[in-house]
Design a protein around this ligand. Structure first.
Ligand code: 9MR
Ligand code: 9MR
Length: 744
């Protein structure tokens, strides 16, 4: 069991499922502790020079507390060590306090060369254990440690690592080659068996290239923590059964937007923790070169075409940074704003009790005592940026009313980089018909929602929306393409869907015949296009129009509204059929290839399922959504939660320029409630290509900051997470409601 190998200069990167923190001793030893008389040097691992030997092994120690061990689970402990004089090193995993029950012990021999030690063991105990290297009584050598990791060994049992809702389906997947059903047991935290049964054999799961079984323990409804499943010697990560998960997640998911605000200092108490505070980014303070007076890009694009620039500057401050980068893109802003406002409009339809969850004072943001619902305050921060991207009527230019596609750095900045440290020139990139229609749609939505809350803002939004619509008619062929350095492309060549979405929102808000004609002429009229398996994404937005027409009272006839609702329900049923055909309960079937941001495709489909639940009053849609969340929270082939802070092994190292602790410990880690883009079969970034070549679709993911094509985080992925979490919270708290058809 003791396998030894000699390491070179650089050891392995820290595994993200490591139960030991800071196993590479980056930036000091915290949260490790020491005892005894020693000096510490962390230039290369942790080197401890013992000044006074002591007599017992535990008189001098390097240790770490709070290591969550699970009885019955198997682990691998690894570390590298060396000593200036040969010594025998007591390594102990034990109870933190009397009687120091031992959970694992080894006594390897150290010498002057770095050696890696690997130990496998099965824990007989569940405890928050202490790991300690006991170096007392060994004389006064210098002993060094590095690359310390403790990982639970591969288990084929994949569960929602956070919690299952008590009254909903509870299904786990098991990757196992057996062709016959296997026995499973559900254990509670006291290690007693509370339920047992037989798996059903699902068979080959194409997207993961695995042979899968299903474990259904839905009948067990007792609230508690620390449950786990066992099949033979394999054991799952622990999980809870409780109602509160989504009450927390809905606000954590919304907090993403505050954290990523541009143009305002992120401060306590709103930041949740000191580590996430930072000065305002891009308010025209050096070294920033934006965003209060930004002019148009001039120069040559990637294809050699020259752009003349423009003779005006716009104030495009505020807004949310798109993602791991500091670009702000109107097109991606569009779907993100729509999703959060749709969440609000759904609550409006459900009534006062639902609206209360987003009321003033409900969220931890600076505007939470201004008399306006906090969800709207958050969205307004970005809406104002979008309005700022519209070419004003007074500008001495053509294309007034058109909207710039994006504002971003002239060149990609490196990582890490806090927004206020960004030294790059920022430019407006050419206006596009797509961005203009995105503003028309969301500003129309804005106008009806702020009506009665802030008349001036509602008016401003309506004027902007109608100006945008007119400008798009005047310039229908301004196509955005991915040709500029320094920012995401968000290129889109087919705009029928944007036209339909904008017309639908304008029609709902104004009731005007112009927009009625536009939607009636559209190929998307009253339909939901789910070709490719997904309902919508930033470049495919027709469904947004139909979902608004189905949800929000408007002048369509009852029959037409029934038609569009039937389309929503049919699409939802298609996603549920995909879910039932999946070995991991995924309500999204893109075929063999999983797209960039696949987790958001799943979440967006669940919005459609949620609205189908509202229109039918049928709670089975919520149950299906709950199972879809199980996939994101750990019931997946990688056995990990894609949502930070939720689950034993969860998103830790997103591609984000500020949450960059993985590459520099002076930067913060990731706040809870952030969803990663997830499996992406095309693995476009070099890190993923090196790690994942040949991956099965559902395994094309790596939790590393360099993997921008699988592990980035963005506004358009966290917004459906917030929507879905709030939806499930309604059901978890028993608020099932049928939304009857209302006509104006
Ligand atoms: O960081 C960028 C990320 O936000 C984008 O999604 C991605 C794809 O457009 O490209 C960026 O990643 C760049 C990285 O930060 C720096 N090296 C070049 C990468 C690709 O352009
Ligand atoms: O989400 C976008 C995805 O659909 C595209 O395939 C990809 C490449 O163009 O870009 C993604 O968007 C990124 C944007 O270009 C820059 N900021 C980060 C976004 C998420 O990775």
């Amino acid at each position: 069991m003791d396998d030894v190998q000699v390491l070179g200069e650089t050891g392995p990167a820290e595994p993200s499922s490591n139960l030991v923190q800071n196993g590479n001793f980056v930036g000091g030893i915290e949260p490790w502790w020491t005892s005894g008389d020693l000096s510490i040097d962390t230039a290369d691992g942790a080197c401890l020079t013992i000044n006074a030997a002591g007599s017992n092994p535990w008189d001098v120690q390097l240790g770490q507390h709070n290591i969550a061990l699970q009885a019955g689970a198997s682990y691998q402990l690894k570390f590298a060590a060396k000593s200036t004089t040969p010594v025998t090193l007591p390594v102990r995993l034990q109870q933190n306090g009397e009687p120091y029950t031992g959970y694992f012990a080894a006594d390897p021999r150290l010498n002057a060369a770095w050696t890696e030690f690997v130990f496998n063991f099965t824990s007989a105990y569940s405890d928050a254990a202490s790991l300690s290297f006991q170096i007392g009584g060994l004389g006064t050598p210098t002993i060094c440690f590095n690359h310390v990791s403790l990982e639970m060994l591969e288990t084929g049992i994949r569960v929602n690592q956070a919690s299952y809702l008590p009254t909903m389906s509870k299904v786990a997947s098991l990757a196992h080659p057996a062709n016959e059903p296997l026995s499973w047991e559900l254990h509670n935290a006291a290690d007693s068996v509370v339920l047992s049964g037989q798996t059903t054999v699902y068979g080959e799961e194409a997207a993961s290239a695995e042979h899968v079984h299903l474990i259904d323990f839905s009948s067990f409804q007792t609230v508690g923590e620390g449950y786990y499943l066992k099949v033979g010697s394999e054991q799952s990560y622990p999980f809870a059964i409780e109602d509160g998960l989504y009450s927390r997640l809905k606000y954590d998911a919304l907090a993403y937007f505050y954290h990523n605000r541009s143009g305002i200092a992120i401060t306590m108490p709103y930041a949740g923790d000191e580590q996430w505070t930072r000065p305002a980014g891009h308010i025209g303070v050096a070294p920033n070169q934006g965003d209060t007076a930004v002019t148009c890009f001039s120069g040559t694009d990637n294809q050699g075409q020259t752009w003349p620039g423009c003779d005006y500057e716009l104030d495009v401050s505020k807004g949310w940074y798109d993602a791991g980068d500091h670009g702000k893109y109107v097109v991606n802003s569009g779907i993100s704003v729509w999703t959060l406002l749709n969440q609000y409009e759904r609550a409006q339809q459900r009534g006062a009790e639902s609206l209360a969850q987003f009321a003033d004072g409900s969220m931890n943001i600076p505007e939470n005592a201004n008399g306006v619902p906090d969800l709207l305050d958050e969205v307004r921060w970005n809406m104002e940026f979008m309005l700022g991207m519209q070419i004003p009527p007074t500008a001495p230019v053509s294309k007034t009313g058109m909207v710039h596609h994006k504002v971003h750095d002239a060149q990609w900045t490196g990582l890490p980089m806090a927004p206020h440290d960004d030294p790059q020139m920022r430019y407006l990139y050419p206006p596009s018909t797509a961005a203009t229609l995105n503003l028309a749609a969301t500003a129309a939505q804005c106008s009806r929602i702020w009506r009665g809350i802030d008349e001036a803002f509602a008016d401003r939004c309506l004027v902007a929306a109608e100006r945008a619509w007119q400008a798009a008619l005047a310039y229908p062929n301004e196509i955005a393409r991915d040709i500029f350095a320094g920012g995401g492309g968000y290129g889109d060549t087919s705009l029928n869907d944007e036209w339909y979405w904008a017309a639908a929102e304008l029609y709902i808000t104004t009731g005007s015949a112009t927009y009625r004609e536009a939607i009636e002429e559209s190929p998307y009229y009253l339909k939901l296009d789910v070709s490719g398996g997904s309902a919508m994404y930033w470049g495919g937005v027709a469904s947004l129009g139909s979902l608004s027409l189905a949800l929000v009272p408007n002048n369509l006839s009852s029959a037409d509204r029934q038609t569009v609702r039937a389309a929503v329900i049919a699409a939802a049923d298609q996603f549920i059929a995909a879910q039932q055909a999946s070995g991991y309960g995924i309500p999204f079937d893109p075929g063999a290839e999983y797209p960039w941001g696949s987790n958001s495709s799943i979440l967006n489909n669940m919005i459609v399922m949620g609205l189908a639940g509202d229109f039918t009053g049928d709670a089975s849609y919520a149950d299906a959504i709950s199972q879809g969340m199980d996939y994101l929270l750990g019931r997946n082939p990688l056995n990990r939660s894609y949502i930070s802070g939720y689950g034993s092994v969860s998103l830790t190292n997103p591609h984000h320029r500020f949450w960059a602790k993985q590459i520099n410990p002076e930067y913060p880690g990731t706040p809870p409630g952030v969803v990663a883009g997830g499996p992406n079969s095309s693995i476009q970034d070099p890190y993923a290509q090196a790690e994942l070549t040949g991956c099965a679709a559902l395994k094309c993911y790596v939790d590393h900051i360099d993997s921008w094509s699988t592990n980035e985080v963005t506004i358009n992925w966290n917004s459906p997470l917030a929507w879905v979490a709030a939806y499930l919270d309604d059901y978890a708290t028993g608020s099932v409601q049928y939304l009857p058809l209302v006509t104006k």
